[in-house]
Design a protein around this ligand. Structure first.
Ligand SMILES: NC(=O)c1ccc[n+]([C@@H]2O[C@H](COP(=O)([O-])OP(=O)(O)OC[C@H]3O[C@@H](n4cnc5c(N)ncnc54)[C@H](OP(=O)(O)O)[C@@H]3O)[C@@H](O)[C@H]2O)c1
Length: 293
């Protein structure tokens, strides 16, 4: 039996790292990409990767992408229809005879009533559990890469990180460690991870002032944390849709209440390697945070 793995959202933060982490494992790795042009750079990370167009709104592309696939890393985007997308892919995977789905979920998805971000993920998790396809849920906390994706501009231009997080601590995880964990599970020739849900975290919980200091240390340029009142943060996100703004502000309140600092040993338990520290992440990405001269 061939071992063909499809990664959805393959050009995204976790997807890109997963394509790299799945290389050199004797597997056929297929990257489901929204746009083939955007996906081309994945070949530099994994020269053997197969690129396949995958648009959640075009069911036929799902069918083609899943042909011959037996394992799936299901990453859905942060969109209003994320639950419907997840369910659509699970239905198509069942049709295609996929034998194991590793699902990228979120920390705290099983908490009830929890927060909206977790409830959306839990809905997809439950749908997957009821599909009869063997599954593994990965539930990471906030990604370290959020600082690259959302804070790099103000860091480069002003040496500042604006966040409404007060003194909250967050056990940020490096997306490379999520990818390494997923790759280990997807390439394992055992069923030991079937039916399991794993909470994933980085090795330390840190506040934004500490994250800012680590980034400043890595670039040699000071970075300061500006604690933003919730109302100001709401206004700053006025271009974002209401559902997204509300979900993010709810997450920040959860952090301020102390619920996002949990540390687990799961990454090391599964991969055998200690997860990256924030300092290592900052060093690795220092070029993304440097002021342009
Ligand atoms: N960020 C965090 O701190 C965090 C923490 C825990 C869990 N999560 C979860 O992680 C997931 C997101 O992962 P990520 O950050 O790696 O993703 P991401 O970087 O936002 O990338 C999303 C991917 O989905 C693709 N995509 C978007 N719309 C599509 C469509 N209609 N058809 C096909 N592909 C489409 C994008 O391609 P294009 O760019 O080409 O459109 C991109 O490759 C979400 O479920 C989120 O809840 C995030």
């Amino acid at each position: 039996m061939s071992n063909t793995i499809l990664v959805t959202g393959a050009t995204g933060t976790v997807g890109t790292e997963s394509i790299k982490a799945l290389s050199n494992r004797g597997l056929t790795v297929r990257a489901g990409v929204h746009s083939l042009i955007k996906g081309d750079r994945l070949k530099q990370l994994n020269p053997d990767v197969q690129l396949v167009e995958l648009d959640y709104d075009k069911p036929q592309t799902l069918q083609v992408a899943l042909t011959g696939v037996n394992r799936l890393f299901l990453i859905t985007p942060f969109t209003e229809d994320q639950v419907a997308i997840g369910q659509r892919v699970i239905d198509a995977a069942k049709q295609a005879g996929v034998q194991h789905i590793v699902r990228l979920s979120v920390a705290g998805a099983a908490v009830e009533p929890g927060i909206q971000l977790g409830r959306w993920h839990r809905e997809v998790e439950k749908y997957l559990e009821q599909s009869g396809i063997p599954f593994t849920h990965l539930r990471p906390g906030s990604f370290m890469q959020n600082f690259v994706n959302y804070n790099a501009d103000s860091i480069c231009q002003e040496g500042k990180i604006y966040m409404p997080l007060g003194e909250a601590k967050v056990s940020y995880i490096d997306a490379r460690d999520i990818a390494a964990t997923a790759a280990q599970i997807l390439s394992a020739d055992t069923t030991e991870h079937h039916g399991k849900a794993y909470e994933l975290s980085g090795p330390q919980a840190l506040g934004i002032a500490e994250a800012a200091a680590a980034i400043g240390q890595a670039t040699g340029q000071p970075v300061h944390y500006v604690d933003v009142p919730e109302e100001t943060a709401r206004q700053a996100m006025d271009k974002a849709p209401t559902w997204m703004r509300d979900a993010m502000l709810e997450l920040y309140r959860l952090s301020k209440a102390g619920y996002t600092a949990n540390i687990t040993t799961t990454v090391e338990d599964i991969t055998g390697c200690a997860p990256h520290t924030f300092e290592q992440f900052a060093q690795h990405n220092s070029h993304r945070f440097k002021a342009k001269s």
